[in-house]
Design a protein around this ligand. Structure first.
Ligand SMILES: NC(=O)c1ccc[n+]([C@@H]2O[C@H](COP(=O)([O-])OP(=O)(O)OC[C@H]3O[C@@H](n4cnc5c(N)ncnc54)[C@H](OP(=O)(O)O)[C@@H]3O)[C@@H](O)[C@H]2O)c1
Length: 245
């Protein structure tokens, strides 16, 4: 659906300083929508704002740590002050630390739960009133790990199973009031795996991500989902790297 026939949507994306979130910001603004892009890294947000100059829509940026409710509240206040409503939220901020369970560091487990689950819940709890008012759309970022459990990333998989359950819960309880999409990508070539502190695993996994999908491909799926209004709802979409070559 082109911009001629599509309303300009107001969209908040968390974790938009890098990878999939950044690609979503640029792709959605490129399609004419208004994006609030947030993350912790202010330098990276400034670069994003620069890159977004001249697009059909707009990218505004605001620092936000999704584990901090006060920080989330500041973003929602920004939205309420500047926009007539919020149409779409993409709680994309997420991290993964890969390690076998027997080596695991409890602070890495806590960090994954804090960002991937509590961060998503903080974002959704704060935005639900606005989204219900607009009959809006939640686009959660799951993963193949939302449906499968892989070795060396069991707790990451647990957090993504939780994201999918949260999506299904919203879809069930807000039927007819909200659209809910879960995007489940396989490997995407972003800095995601570089956070892993197990040097051997990080080096072993990096090539799989190098040949993964581009973040822009996932962003195109997000665009397709948010522009589907009135035609149907993409409730869950699995996107895998093309391994035919
Ligand atoms: N890459 C993959 O293969 C893949 C596959 C399936 C699903 N996913 C999911 O896709 C999402 C994005 O990952 P990515 O691959 O794009 O990784 P990425 O490039 O590392 O991006 C992660 C983003 O999350 C932000 N972030 C981390 N902690 C945060 C916090 N406490 N508060 C706010 N923002 C925070 C980071 O920004 P700051 O550090 O600036 O805050 C960054 O913008 C995640 O939910 C991930 O689980 C990734």
């Amino acid at each position: 659906m082109g911009i001629e026939s599509m309303k300009q949507l107001n969209i908040w994306i968390t974790g938009a300083s890098s990878g999939i979130g950044k690609a979503c910001a640029l792709t959605l603004a490129g399609a004419g929508h208004h994006v609030l892009a947030s993350a912790r890294s202010q330098d990276a947000l400034a670069e994003l704002a620069e890159e977004a100059q001249g697009l059909n829509g707009s990218v505004s940026t605001l620092p936000c740590d999704v584990t901090d409710v006060a920080s989330i509240t500041r973003c929602v206040e920004w939205i309420s002050d500047r926009w007539t409503g919020l149409d779409v939220v993409i709680p994309n901020a997420g991290i993964g630390y890969f390690d076998p369970l027997e080596n695991a560091k409890i602070e890495e487990w806590h960090a994954m739960v804090d960002v991937n689950v509590t961060g998503v819940l903080n974002t959704l709890h704060a935005t639900l009133p606005l989204l219900l008012a607009s009959k809006g759309h939640v686009v959660n970022i799951g993963s193949l790990a939302a449906r499968q459990v892989f070795p060396n990333s069991g707790i990451y998989c647990a957090t993504k199973h939780a994201v999918l359950a949260i999506s299904e819960s919203l879809r069930t309880e807000f039927k007819g009031q909200l659209a809910v999409t879960t995007l489940n990508p396989g490997a995407v070539n972003t800095p995601f795996i570089d956070r892993t502190t197990n040097d051997e695993l990080r080096a072993n996994y990096r090539p799989q991500f190098d040949v993964g999908m581009t973040p822009e491909y996932v962003a195109e799926a997000a665009l397709f989902a948010v522009e589907s209004r009135g035609r149907g709802i993409v409730s869950e979409l699995t996107i895998r790297p093309d391994t035919r070559d």
